[in-house]
Design a protein around this ligand. Structure first.
Ligand code: ZN
Length: 128
C-alpha cells in the first residue's frame, strides 16, 4: 500500500485468492466505494438489499449467474454491466456450474456533473 499527496496504490494480489475486497480504506476513496467480489458456484449473497443514497454499478468480470431485482430474476454473464437505483431490491447468485466475479461501484445517486473530457485537463507535462 502506498499513499502520497496525489495518489494511493494498493495491490489486492491475485484475484483468484480473494472473495471480497473493499477499496475505500485502502485507496482512501472520497467519492465512491468499489468492491471486487466473487461468489462461488451456486452461492448467493445471503440477503436482498437496497441503498439509502448510493446507486450501484456492477461489472461482471467472469462467470455467470442470476440477479434478483425487484421480484424478477435475470440471467447475467461475463461482460454484462448494470446500474441499479438506490431503491432497487437486489441479490446476486452464481450459477451452479460457475463462480461469479464482479466489481461493484457505489456512488451517490445524481451527483455526476462532468466526466472524461469535460472534467479532464490536458497538461503540457511530458511523461514518457
Ligand atoms: Zn449494495
Amino acid at each position: 500500500m502506498k499513499n502520497t499527496k496525489n495518489y494511493s496504490l494498493f495491490s489486492i494480489g491475485e484475484l483468484e485468492t480473494q472473495k471480497r475486497v473493499e477499496l475505500h480504506d485502502n485507496l482512501k476513496l472520497t467519492g465512491a466505494e468499489i468492491s471486487i467480489n466473487e461468489l462461488l458456484k451456486g452461492e448467493s449473497v445471503p440477503f436482498v438489499h437496497a441503498h439509502k443514497e448510493n446507486e450501484e454499478i456492477y461489472i461482471v468480470l467472469k462467470g455467470n449467474g442470476e440477479l434478483y431485482i425487484d421480484g424478477e430474476i435475470i440471467k447475467i454473464k461475463e461482460g454484462d454491466t448494470l446500474r441499479i437505483n438506490t431503491k432497487g431490491e437486489r441479490c446476486f447468485k452464481a450459477s451452479p456450474s460457475s463462480s461469479l466475479r464482479y466489481i461493484c461501484v457505489q456512488v451517490k445517486e445524481n451527483t455526476l456533473t462532468q466526466f472524461t473530457y469535460d472534467d479532464g485537463i490536458i497538461l503540457e507535462t511530458k511523461a514518457f
